[in-house]
Structures are given as C-alpha cells and as structure tokens.
Design a protein around this ligand. Structure first.
Ligand code: CUA
Length: 316
C-alpha cells in the first residue's frame, strides 16, 4: 500500500498516521471492489436478459432466500469490521499518554498562538520535541476554528468557551503545515501555521531562549523589533507592509496621512491612532474595510506597541 500512500496522501509523519491510512484504504478499496462488482453484474444482466422478440415471456421470480441472506450478511460484516476497527483507531488518537508534553493553543482570527509551561510563546509556529507525545489543549478567542495537520492525519475543532484536545508523536525532526479547516471569516485561508519538530536538545534551547515571550527588545532597534513583532503576531496577514490591499488597510505610506473612516469623519494616522487601533480596533474603522480585527489588549505591551509604530513609520 506504500506506493498508493506516496501517490495520493501527504507523507505520514506521526506514529499513528499509518493506522489511519490503513483503515482509510480498507474502507475505500472495499467500496471500490463492491462498486465494480455491482456494475459488472448489472452489465451482465442487461446483456443476458435483453429481450430479443415480442413473444418472449419474463419468468416471475418472487424471492431467493440464499441470495438475500448473502447480500445482507456480507455488508453487515464489513460495516461491523469498519466500526470496530475505526473505534480502536479513534480511541488511540483520542487518549493521550499520561507523560505527554502539554502545550496550550489559542485560535484567533487569523493566527494560531502557542503557550508553553515555562511562559514561552509563539505565534503561527508550533515548536515541539521529536519522538515524544505532545498534547495540545486548545481553545478559541472568537469563533470556531479547526486545527488540521494533514501529515499527522489529525483534525480537531477549536471552540470558544471550552477546551478541546489532541495529541501526536512525531518521531522525526522536520516541518509540517497546519491549516485552519473551519471557515472563520475573510482571513480564513491565510490562517496557516507550521509544526516545527526539533531534536530534544534543540527544543530545550528554543524553550530557554523564548521563555520571556517572543523576541528581545534590547538586542534590536525598535523598528526592527516592530517588524519581527508584526510578523510574529500576524499583523501582516491582514495589513500589507508593501501597499497590497488585504483584509485590512496597508501600512505602506500611511503614517502621517489622512484616512477616511466608515462613519464619514477623517483621522490623522499618528501614534495615538495606531495605538488605539491595536487596542480597540473597531472604534475607528477605515472606510471600505470590514470591522473584523480583534483587540491586542493583554497580548502586546506598550513597549511592543511603540516598536510596531516605529516599524510602520519606516514604511514610506
Ligand atoms: Cu480559523 Cu478558518
């Protein structure tokens, strides 16, 4: 089955992915065999019993017990096999091992945020150790999202107001794409992320370097730090730094300019307006754009906000 997998499915990069694939092929190939068999029988009878002349009489057969039992029992057995087998694979995927490493995941329009036990944070990129069970504890800040990693054959809805869980063990280092597969608004298709599987030592180093939460300001000029933050917090998913029209207004050439607002008034894009737009995005919405941004209150501190403003100033 390996060649079929390589041809039609994404690479299987978690310990449980193969179980899902085997069941997947069983369901699909047995359906294929039944479908082809059924079509063959239909074609055979269509040819065999085609009426040759007007006076031929069709024999009247009311039933055939042996045949009816056969075509009921075979599908019943197949369905029971799929049920039992599916239940086993499902439970394996649902119940995380007790020693799993826990990471908190928050879905928010339109970025995945990850929080670690030691306070480390990451946006869009899920850093995990290789060859160790990892359990994700997931919730949403706004609407329903869905966390989907095709390489791991895992998909789980992420719902506001409750926690959902999922776990995996990726034996090898490497990268896999995370998709949001629940339509969640205009930025849904941009809500991509990545799982980065590190070796144990590499993961420890990453954790230690990020325990303070994100990049460090003291090493960088404010506008450089702001540029990093804008990427890290996915600001640039909706606000292009290059003039392109995305979900939100571009940042290019906006500082010090006049913007028309949706209520008909206008505003000068200065430090105060940008700060307000980050903390209270829907107070003054630029005309022609949807009021869909979430507040970054509690996520970005004042120092980080001013770094982002410094970055916006450089986009002339
Ligand atoms: Cu989040 Cu679609």
């Amino acid at each position: 089955m390996d060649w079929l997998n390589d041809l039609l499915l994404p690479p299987a990069k978690s310990t449980l992915a193969e179980q899902t694939d085997t069941l997947f092929w069983f369901v699909h190939l047995s359906s294929l065999v039944l479908t082809v068999g059924l079509i063959a029988v239909i074609v055979y009878f269509v040819i065999k019993y085609r009426r040759q002349s007007e006076d031929e009489v069709t024999p009247v057969i009311t039933h055939n017990n042996a045949l009816e039992v056969t075509w009921s029992v075979i599908p019943l057995i197949l369905v029971l096999i799929v049920f039992g087998w599916g239940y086993e694979v499902f439970m394996n995927q649902q119940v995380a091992p007790d020693d799993a490493y826990e990471i908190n995941v928050t879905g928010q329009k339109w970025v995945w945020q990850f929080k670690y036990e030691n306070g480390a944070r990451s946006n869009g990129k899920l850093h995990v150790p290789a060859d160790r069970p990892v359990k994700l504890i997931m919730s949403s800040n706004d609407v329903i999202h869905s966390f989907y990693v095709p390489d791991y054959r895992l998909k789980q809805d992420v719902v506001p107001g409750r926690y959902t869980e999922m776990w995996f063990n990726a034996p090898d280092t490497g990268r896999s794409t995370v998709y949001c597969t629940e339509y969640c608004g205009t930025g849904h298709s941009d809500m991509l992320g990545e799982v980065i599987v590190h070796s144990q030592e590499e993961f420890e180093t990453w954790l230690a370097n990020n325990s303070g939460g994100g990049s460090k300001p003291e090493d960088l000029a404010p506008e450089e730090w702001g540029k990093q933050l804008a990427k890290e917090y996915a600001c640039t998913t909706c606000h292009s730094p290059s003039g392109e029209k995305l979900t939100g207004p571009t940042w290019k050439g906006k500082f010090d300019s006049q913007e028309q607002l949706s209520d008909g008034s206008s505003v000068t894009v200065d430090e105060n307006y940008i700060r307000e737009s980050i903390l209270e995005p829907n107070a003054k919405v630029v005309k022609g754009y949807p009021a869909v941004m979430n507040t970054y209150q509690g996520q970005l501190n004042e120092e980080q906000i001013s770094a982002i403003i410094e970055y916006i100033k450089t986009l002339k």
